[in-house]
Design a binder for this molecule. Structure first.
Ligand code: DC
Length: 223
């Protein structure tokens, strides 16, 4: 059986990363976090003092910055201008900046081929906003993972608390709602469930229940 492409899309805080990693580990597939590509680009742009709200400036930055994806164990590592930014991209400031620049055609075009290349041989779980709709429209399995906004805010606060980071629920709510709005309302590749995606509302499900639902669907089809 050929190894499939599995796409998992959904809004911020729906649990996509945790679920995608678990599904990839279970199937022995690679895990591709496409949000990390947008985050790495936004991080580098900020470092280079690019005005991320200026589409032309960002487009010209895109023409000279180098972004690569490398296999690293069971996941793919993002390298931007020769550096792996690691955890420096994992904060809401970078998340919001990533969301802002992800609306620009120059940014989406720059990252599209990289993502497709990574999934070309199958055997990958790709998570993001437009995996099932734009990047891998022919993916064999598509999922859209959603959860109510209050639950997503709660999950993000718990995640920060576990990392011993300050969790200001008001700020998390404000940032998450801003990102939801940006990501869903942009013209290019907006956050949306593909027509052939299985939509999972995880508001009252835990991680293993969601993972089981996804694996069941895949295993049944692969029998
Ligand atoms: O999944 P994340 O929170 O790491 O993504 C950060 C931002 O990147 C998100 O708010 C919008 C953008 N993004 C995108 O436009 N398309 C993707 N496939 C993944 C992320």
């Amino acid at each position: 059986m050929n190894k499939a492409v599995i796409t998992i899309d959904g809004p911020a805080g729906a649990g996509k990363s945790t679920v995608s990693k678990a599904v990839a580990a279970e199937l022995n597939y690679l895990y591709l976090d496409t949000g990390a590509l947008y985050r790495a680009l936004a991080y580098k742009a900020m470092q280079n003092k690019i005005d991320i709200h200026n589409r032309e400036e960002v487009a010209s930055f895109c023409r000279q910055v180098q972004v690569q994806l490398k296999n690293k164990g069971d996941k793919m590592q993002v390298i931007v201008d020769g550096e792996d930014p690691g955890d420096k991209i994992r904060n809401e400031k970078v998340g919001l900046a990533a969301s802002a620049i992800s609306a620009y055609p120059a940014v989406r075009e720059k990252l599209l081929a990289l993502q497709r290349q990574a999934g070309a041989g199958g055997g990958i779980v790709a998570e993001g906003r437009d995996m099932g709709t734009v990047v891998f429209p022919d993916a064999r399995f598509k999922f859209f993972l959603d959860a109510g906004v209050e639950e997503r805010i709660k999950r993000r606060a718990t995640e920060l608390a576990h990392k011993n980071k300050k969790a200001d629920t008001g700020a998390i709510a404000r940032d998450m709602k801003a990102r939801d709005k940006n990501d869903a309302s942009r013209d290019l590749a907006p956050l949306a469930a593909a027509e052939d995606a299985l939509v999972i509302d995880s508001t009252s499900l835990n991680v293993s229940q969601v993972v089981e639902l996804i694996l069941k669907r895949i295993r049944e089809a692969m029998l």
